[in-house]
Write a protein that binds this ligand. Sequence first.
Ligand SMILES: Cc1ncc(COP(=O)(O)O)c(C=O)c1O
Length: 384
Amino acid sequence: MKQEYSPVTDQHRIATDELNPPPRLLLGPGPSNAHPRVLRALATPQVGHLDPHFLALMADIQELLRYAWQTDNDMTIPVSGTGSAAMEATVANLLEPGDRILIGINGYFGTRLHDMAQRYGAEVVVLHKSWGEVFTAAELRAALEKHRPAVLALVHAETSTGACQPLAEAGALCREFDCLLLADTVTSLGGVPLFLDNWQVDAAYSGSQKCLSCPPGIAPLTFGPRAVEKIKRRKTTVANWYLDMSLVGKYWGAERTYHHTAPISMNYALREALRLVAQEGLQQRWQRHAENSRLLQQGLQDMGLSCHVEEQYRLPVLVTVRVPDGVEAKSVTSRLLQEYNIEIGNGLGELAGKVWRIGLMGHNSRRENVVLLLQALREIVGSR
Ligand SMILES: Cc1ncc(COP(=O)(O)O)c(C=O)c1O
């Protein structure tokens, strides 16, 4: 029998121009510009997600991620999604309803972890610090002693404040209190010294669009042996099917069982981004980020501008600069964008209107970009 269809309506059939975005230099809190080699990898013809060629490439990604994180963790997997997906995966898998988690909140992303942990039924206790400060080992010890949590979550590189939370002592403390250490390394991976195994970090996640110079859309996650053990001992199933890493792990592990269709092109892109990290070498890469950040900070100081975070804890990859009195923060960022094609970030939350956020991440951490930004800022803000 012939199927009758109603007539097609042209109501939403708009005519649009071919994609032609402006050539922005992304010097904000992320995304940063993808490396040209990463963009070429994105445009490489696809194979299937169970093709032997792809399976080999998956192993490359896992091994290169272990290098970038300085870990031997078996369970090292890129989550299909952005950094928040990997963040949620760690929370969903590590916590069971009623588990106590202690979260260090000294910026925007600690608050996001708090929101997620609550949704999964955890008992959340919070340690607060003002935005731009970090937690001392003594403060962490006191909080661990008082609350005895199952997990301590800290944001290594707080993109909202520009502060770098020391993790080395936190790892040892967590062992002492039989607690897992979960670290947000979204903005630090590939740009800031990070030694997951030496620092005894049990679980970490990251993003692709910051210091890895890859577009957003794929998010590395890693679980160490103690985290895997906790997951194995779960009494309840993970309340999020898509982010159940025991299921996803069967695709990324020996079984190669289909879970969801891996985003092939994003995995190509991540592999190329990680190849760039390995080719440059972590020491050299961290040093490049530090040097260009010093150049930026010197230039800002010469203009009479000051940084928000104490030098010792200042992130090289994301510098928060205090907005001088009498200057309207957003008018500067919007002039930079419109007149110079340069994106920097405005302040978030407690720091809204008070700071600008300048990112020198991955491929964008280059002297020429620092010089260009300083020149543009000088023209807009003027020498003070
Ligand atoms: C420290 C930190 N954690 C988590 C996220 C969330 O990542 P995404 O925006 O890719 O979901 C971000 C994003 O900027 C971040 O900077």
